[in-house]
Design a protein around this ligand. Sequence first.
Ligand code: SF4
Ligand code: SF4
Length: 444
Amino acid sequence: MQTRFAEAQLADPAIAASEKILRKCVHCGFCTATCPTYVLLGDELDSPRGRIYLIKEMLENDRPATAEVVRHVDRCLSCLACMTTCPSGVHYQHLIDHARAHVERTFRRPWSERWLRAALASVLPYPRRVRAALALAAVARPLAAVLPRSLRAMLELAPRRRAAAGAQRGTQAVAGARRARVALLTGCVQTVIAPEINAATVRLLERAGAEVIAVGGCCGALVHHLGRERQSHALAAALIERLHAELAGQGLDAIVVNSSGCGTQAKDYGYMFRNDDSLAAKAAAVSAKARDVTETLVELGLPSPVADAPRLTVAYHSACSMQHGQKLEQPPRALLASAGYAVKEIAEGHLCCGSAGTYNVLQPEIATRLRERKLDNIARTGAAVVATGNVGCMTQLALSYGTPVVHTVELLDWATGGPAPSGLESLRSTGVSSADPGVSRASR
Ligand code: SF4
Ligand code: SF4
């Protein structure tokens, strides 16, 4: 694609990076076929190619974002399916990140949107505030019918079940011989709504011979996708400092992330801070060590399944950040199979479930259509349980009275000697299908 940026514009490193990305696009349109919003809405401006064109016009002319640009940029899920499909290597992720930051700086949204976005950004990255918001949600739930659509979407997504205990900050002792020392990024929302994921991760890693250092803090991804560059950089910088202190101290073999959205972000820190003299080297070092938990388990070797390991059929839902963001296809599937599960593929597996960070709150109509489509495809597998590696997808897909959804590490932990994931205790036997009323989400 030809571009017409002035020399003065290209002096801005963000513009220079986006110009390079734009020039790679050859307008072929292959990406449109796998873009969830184009598949649903059929509008070229809701396709990657259409958005690239809108972003190019906005940046090239150094214009504030218009309502039209904002509508189509906001509808993008940042699922990155377009990056997997693109034959020209267009780095759409960095381009849409730049566009979102530009929108945030130059466009004044209606007050209701501003309020909602500010509320999300001031609560979600901070576990104590998430806990308080959940307590409030429990009180407000009976009033859901009279609340605006966006607030109802938030209430629907707030988990109803009580969370089990999770990983504590600090070092967790390894039972056998130590083969690796890893940091576990314990996260923000996940640590409150599903602490059992961190607990299962720690047990698994220890069983595999790793000493686990739990490191808390938000990676910045949720607010990054809201275009709040300053806040996301501040959150990421604080986490990078903490992780780098461990790297530079006793050393780490890996920085383990068990939420693929956070993993995608952590692997991108090197790019995010490339122009920051004080943090560039540390950020690059952290990115170089960042691993999805399934990558680390493949490297360490999965502990042997126990004699009475569950033999279940598992539909594996590959989160967009896992398959498109991190390009990790095989590790989770291979681990589940070697733990004794029969892994089923979900049709249209490349399409987003509609979770996408805060997308299901901000764009509830599109998110709901994508969720229903995903749930139909899951139901067709006949699997007893769904496994995924991203807590956002778990929350989104759990809003059904269908197949239970758990994190991949919970199933791996169960098969190798850990407890059954909450609600799956009765499913140890072979051949239980989602048609069994005992598998109903209502029972969880
Ligand atoms: S990130 Fe996803 S929703 Fe956005 S343009 Fe690419 S494929 Fe479409
Ligand atoms: S597939 Fe790649 S090169 Fe082709 S239109 Fe989409 S982004 Fe551009």
